[in-house]
Design a protein around this ligand. Structure first.
Ligand SMILES: *Cc1c(COP(=O)(O)O)cnc(C)c1O
Length: 384
């Protein structure tokens, strides 16, 4: 991070401190055993993580994107199929669909939850649709009950993109095994992050578990047995050791994220023009990101102002997927998903990580308040 940064966007040092000794001991042991591929730690982590997600199975894979690809392929999704997901997700969700050979079909998001607009799913279903991928965006569970009921009515699979929602609960149940498969990323900055790329597929289906196990390791679970065309996409033993150490702290770190979110909410409630994430009483949001909205005319200048005060922010994401160059081939025009397009011009992600001091949150919110109140003539949306 630059020397003048007062509040970084993410800071992983707090997490590292508590696990460092334990992880270094494991790493020495793994190196001495030369147990780099599918060592004991991988299986231990898979067991603990399945338990944590209240699922029967978890399979460690190379990344969150690969978790999505392998889960879909395990369910038999491929060329000629269509898979429905949200336009306002990280590009990886849609990339994964494209990699299976299926066609991504996008729907708009709900303007309050920022998750896939459930009311728009049904009209996007065709005879080729095979699955729906709800993304629990920013750590907030998507509305799974109506999604699974639409899926059931039409005989579709539900594959959760849980890359931003480790530990989140939907009406008292952990996300991940609410549908046919849940796909986690352990990219370092995620709520549960490795020291490199890593991911997992969680499922209650024995068959899906076995198929993903085959796909991640050249199409078989035994050496030189290749039952299908697979990949090199195993969770590294080294990463499994890091994840095993961190998993014990995940609930505490998620509680901390919620406390920080609550503090942002209280401090920003009086600032005109700021829309905070709404409370979700039924579900446990894990605030992978804390995303506010401000008038589009002020978003970028506010961001510059915060930067000048040493406060780093992010935009998740600057372009809905249908407007990226990579997915222009899907043929969606500007205006296809008006909510996602408008949100993209207004959203701003504020610093959020376990260990972020509330005094720093106060500094961030004071700077936002001062900046927005300085320019009342530009605010097009009041608090009323
Ligand atoms: C991070 C992320 C992914 C991809 O995970 P990788 O481990 O980086 O491949 C997929 N979907 C969403 C919503 C993500 O945030």
């Amino acid at each position: 991070m630059p020397a003048n940064t007062v509040v970084p966007f993410v800071d992983l040092r707090y997490q590292h401190q508590v696990i460092e000794q334990e992880v270094f001991t494991s790493l020495t042991d793994i190196a001495r055993r030369s147990s780099f591929i599918l060592g004991d730690e991988v299986q231990q982590f898979e067991q603990k993580f399945a338990q944590y997600c209240e699922a029967r199975y978890a399979v460690g894979v190379g990344s969150g994107t690969e978790a999505l690809v392998l889960a879909m392929q395990a369910l038999g999704i491929g060329p000629g199929d269509e898979v429905i997901t949200a336009a306002n997700t990280f590009v990886a969700t849609v990339e994964a669909i494209a990699h299976t050979g299926a066609k991504p079909v996008l729907v708009d998001n709900d303007p309050v939850s920022y998750n896939l607009d459930v009311a728009q799913i049904e009209q996007s279903i065709t005879s080729r649709t095979r699955a729906i991928i709800p993304v629990h965006l920013y750590g907030r569970p998507a509305d799974m009950a109506p999604i699974t009921s639409v899926a059931r009515r039409h005989g579709l699979y539900v594959v959760e993109d849980t890359a931003q929602a480790h530990g989140a609960c939907y009406i008292g149940r952990r996300v991940g095994a609410l549908g046919d498969a849940g796909c986690f990323s352990f990219y370092p900055a995620k709520n549960l992050g490795a020291w490199g790329d890593a991911g997992a597929v969680v499922t209650n289906s024995e068959e899906t578990d076995l198929r993903v196990r085959e796909l991640r390791d050249h199409g078989g679970t035994h050496k030189y047995e290749h039952r299908r065309v697979g990949y090199t996409s195993r969770l590294d033993t080294v990463q499994a050791a890091v994840l095993l150490a961190k998993l014990r702290y995940l609930d505490g770190w998620n509680d901390e994220r919620r406390r920080i979110a609550q503090h942002y909410q209280e401090s920003l409630s009086e600032v005109p023009g700021v829309i905070c994430p709404t409370a979700d009483r039924d579900n446990a949001h894990v605030f992978h990101l804390y995303v506010i909205r401000v008038p589009a005319t002020q978003r970028d200048t506010l961001r510059d102002h915060l930067q000048s005060k040493g406060i780093a922010t992010g935009i998740h994401y600057p372009k809905p997927v249908h407007l990226t160059e990579a997915f222009a081939y899907l043929g969606y025009a500007l205006g296809a998903f008006p909510v996602a397009e408008q949100c993209a011009t207004e959203i701003l992600s504020l610093p959020m990580y376990p260990g972020l001091a509330l005094t720093k949150v106060d500094y961030v919110t004071q700077e936002i308040g001062q900046f927005l109140q300085r320019k009342p003539e530009l605010i097009h949306r009041g608090t009323s």
